[in-house]
Design a protein around this ligand. Sequence first.
Ligand SMILES: *Cc1c(COP(=O)(O)O)cnc(C)c1O
Length: 406
Amino acid sequence: MLSKRLLGTVYVVQSEVEMIMIKDRLIKTCLAVIPDEQSHYAISPEIAMTSSFYSKSYEAYVAASKDEFNNYVYTRGSNPTTHKLEVLLAELEGAQRCKVFASGMGAISATLQSYVMNGSHIVVVNSIYSTAMKFIKSLEKFGVSHTVVMSVDTQEIVSAIQDNTDVIYLESPSSQKFEIVDLKAIADIAKSRQITTMIDNTWATPMFQRPLESGIDLILHSCSKYIGGHSDIVAGAVLGTTEGVGKVEQNGYLMMGSTCSPMNSFLAIRGIRTLPIRMEKHNSNVKAVIDALKDDPRIEKIYHPYIQQAERSEKYLDGYGSLLAITFTDKDTTKLQTFINTLETFLIGVSWGGYESMVLPGYKFDNLETMKARGLDITHTRLFIGLLEAQMTITDLKQALSIAYD
Ligand SMILES: *Cc1c(COP(=O)(O)O)cnc(C)c1O
């Protein structure tokens, strides 16, 4: 019954249920936003812009306040628009439950602190998002220690596990070098030792990687990136089993109060409706850009799963996110400055996942030692390939390379 229209990989089925095709799975994306009489058949979901919800009677209030998950009481606990987003994200990741937060860091910090206590140990795999790393370091003052394993080698990761390890925290592909961890191997070992595994899946999105299928326990997202998709919101999410996410809800959500605005939840739902189409374009754009740069003598190295770790890429990814890093053959930082300033279609700045291409140099004139300590070359530069036609992006990169390095 896939008849009404076919738009990229987004299907709208006759029954008014919109669906997204992931690999061979049809996902009912509009489970969450089926128009009905109550909403006057509005195609776009309503925004429940309210802090509180009233009850029709004393008894109804008492019942609702005892079960905030299934009743709307106060928006810091749950909100209908945010709940729609949670249902939608859970569908996409194949998770039982999702909780949406005011930011990716809101989700990461609440989740981590829900799973550790005084005396716990965290294994951090490779280079993770820098603020997440800072948060893990800040837990030391509560008696939570950590070990950072600067490798994606399974044996090295396993050898960092201690008797008091409660959490293995990873990003795959990792920040900075975009290396892939053998998720299934790590999940299996962690399970056998009652360790909770957490992955930040922001880079791949559920379009291209669904780590729950490999046995990872909890998935984290910054919805500020691809999920929002338009550089206009900050939001985050945690996904997993009802029990696994319930623990975060009880310990890290209600109490820490990183609540997503209903307006931002609405914008994230809007973003998800074009997620498959956008991800397809990011995937083809990033491959075209890498193909055009990989034999360029001015580029020393490209860090991206399209050209590294073929076996693991094949095993875990259904497509490629368009965030990558490059280093230059010439180490002169004046030339690097010229390159960055000469790009015309890339904006200089943090964050990514929207329409615009972004460039972010690692070198900040005084941080060479920190870069070395993180195993980064002085010319390490992050590129985000946006939605502009690949050929225009390539032309721009080549002109900046010529002006800076020839
Ligand atoms: C941006 C980002 C975060 C943090 O998310 P915020 O929404 O900015 O708090 C975490 N992980 C990764 C991989 C990110 O890119």
